[in-house]
Design a protein. Structure first.
Length: 103
């Protein structure tokens, strides 16, 4: 059986490293970074919802993407993306409105 992941993407136009972005997301979500030293670190936002960061490769300039995933539903991903969006803006980040997707 293929697992369907529901995704919502937040786009941030600022220069930052992946680990620093994950640390800020973890702070905003009152959590921690899981698997920080692996190729797929994530921050849990709620049960069945987490955030991953995609930084441009090869020294491309920003923006970078924060993908909020849920293995339960698009509604869970959407709600957690909106919650994270608001928390990051309270910290002073400028974040584009969430965009739906699926993987």
């Amino acid at each position: 059986m293929i697992e369907r992941l529901h995704a919502v993407t937040l786009v941030v136009d600022m220069p930052i490293t992946k680990i620093d972005a994950l640390d800020v997301i973890a702070f905003a979500a009152d959590g921690g970074v899981d698997d920080a030293r692996t190729s797929h670190p994530r921050v849990w936002l709620a049960p069945h919802a987490w955030a991953e960061v995609e930084i441009p490769k090869f020294a491309d300039p920003p923006p970078f993407a924060i993908d909020v995933y849920s293995d339960v539903s698009g509604e869970v991903a959407w709600a957690q993306a909106h919650r994270l969006h608001a928390a990051l803006e309270r910290l002073g980040w400028t974040v584009e409105r969430p965009r739906r997707g699926a993987r």
